[in-house]
Write a protein that binds this ligand. Sequence first.
Ligand code: ZN
Ligand code: ZN
Length: 377
Amino acid sequence: MSDRQVLFPSSQRRGGCAERSEGADGVVSSATHFGRTDHPGASAWRLSRLPSSARRGIRAVFYSLLWLGLSTGLIRAQQNSEIHVLHVQGNVYMLVGAVGNIAVQAGNDGVLLVDTGAAQMTDQVLATVKQLAKPITNRPIRYIINTHFHPDHTAGNEKLRAAGTTITGGNVAGNISDATEGAALFAHENVMKRMSAPTGSEGPRPSGAWPTDTYFGDKKEFFFNGEAIQLLHPNSAHTDGDSIVFFRRSDVISAGDIFMTTSYPIIDLRNGGSINGVIDALNFILDLTIPAEKQEGGTMVIPGHGRLSDEADVVEYRDMVTIIRDRIRDMIKKGMTLEQVKAAKPTRDYDPIYGSTSGFWTTDMFVEAVYKSLSAK
Ligand SMILES: [Zn+2]
Ligand SMILES: [Zn+2]
């Protein structure tokens, strides 16, 4: 990766999914849990919940700790508010720092984005896209593709759509707040289902964030900036509305949360995900990738979270997920309960790389999701 140019240096932020997902108790939470900044002030904030009988001296220590924590946290927050740009290859760039990774394809015809990041990063994403596109094109954002509906990948939809214009139709000088204006937004039909609601009831997301064009079935294809672009839909993987985006000429795949280098795969069971679907989708990605002569490089894969990867990285991840799936499947066949499977630690050897005991997606939650996914009839 040493030949890849980092265009705007900044700190890297460890990302995650801020999605609605099923917790250990089966209760769905829609809060933003993952990719948050756990600053050193967090423990000091908890001290503030001590009973009022706390002594003066303790309070003095507390306030100094709080101040130290807040100021350190502030500095970290400022560092984290930057977007990191990496030229992948061809027309495609990767934006890191908006919680979910974003892919940008830029050329004579304008700009295309794959995903739009978390809400708190939208302004920085827009500024970065403008800065990136300036020397390449004077045309605006034309297309946005959503790899799935989770807010850490789609919260910027409204603002970034409004900053763009569609190629055909629409009044170029019109009011961009009109939902019929702005860039076209492509996604699988099931993304629309998760964001909207039947007529008469309020959808979970405002209409300006919804796709303008959806596709059924397993693919959608179009041509932009001199390159064929394919949206490929695997059945029931991370969610039931995933799209893998393949830039055929640049030879870059944007995988969404089907592939992440920072954690075990998140299987959103409540929204149609499944462990076997994730493995099938990883194998599908591997059907598309071709390594360069000495194995490194070739087709590049942008993960939903984590670092830029190539085929070898996806192979390693696919092997890990498959091995763990097989172990849990064998345990289920032996009649083991979920608690027994968790106690047997089927992920133990991979935990140093992908495991977590805290945060949004713990190892326990992953094991539970695999167990439930395999047990579902
Ligand atoms: Zn995500
Ligand atoms: Zn996701």
